[in-house]
Write a protein that binds this ligand. Structure first.
Ligand SMILES: [Zn+2]
Length: 109
């Protein structure tokens, strides 16, 4: 079913560029897009998801996990390149911010 972004608490819009399909929380993308992601990147996303300490992590918890956001960013960028779309995405921004924060912690420690 197609919903505007954020209209349903238990779904989110597919993260592929330009796609608005309502997607269940444990998946980053609708089935159509997810099936176009290379299996290596799919495995990275799933492994990061399963490594989360929470059994069913919220979107906020997922967005603060470097492994997860990096893997989803790879998936979004793969599809954007295949479709000739702008590859910029909030997952890559989040990954960069988490990595920067960690680098800062290492300097302080
Ligand atoms: Zn989609």
């Amino acid at each position: 079913m197609l919903f505007p972004k954020g209209s349903r608490a238990n779904t989110h819009a597919c993260e592929a560029k330009g796609c608005m399909w309502a997607t269940e929380p444990r998946l980053p993308m609708c089935a159509n897009h997810w099936l176009r992601v290379p299996s290596r990147i799919q495995a990275d996303v799933w492994n990061a998801y399963r490594a989360m300490p929470q059994r069913t992590p919220t979107r906020d918890e997922l967005m603060s996990d470097l492994g997860y956001v990096s893997a989803v960013a790879d998936a979004i960028e793969h599809l954007a390149a295949a479709d000739g779309r702008d590859p910029s995405n909030r997952y890559r921004l989040a990954a960069d911010q988490i990595a920067e924060a960690r680098a800062g912690e290492l300097v302080v420690a």
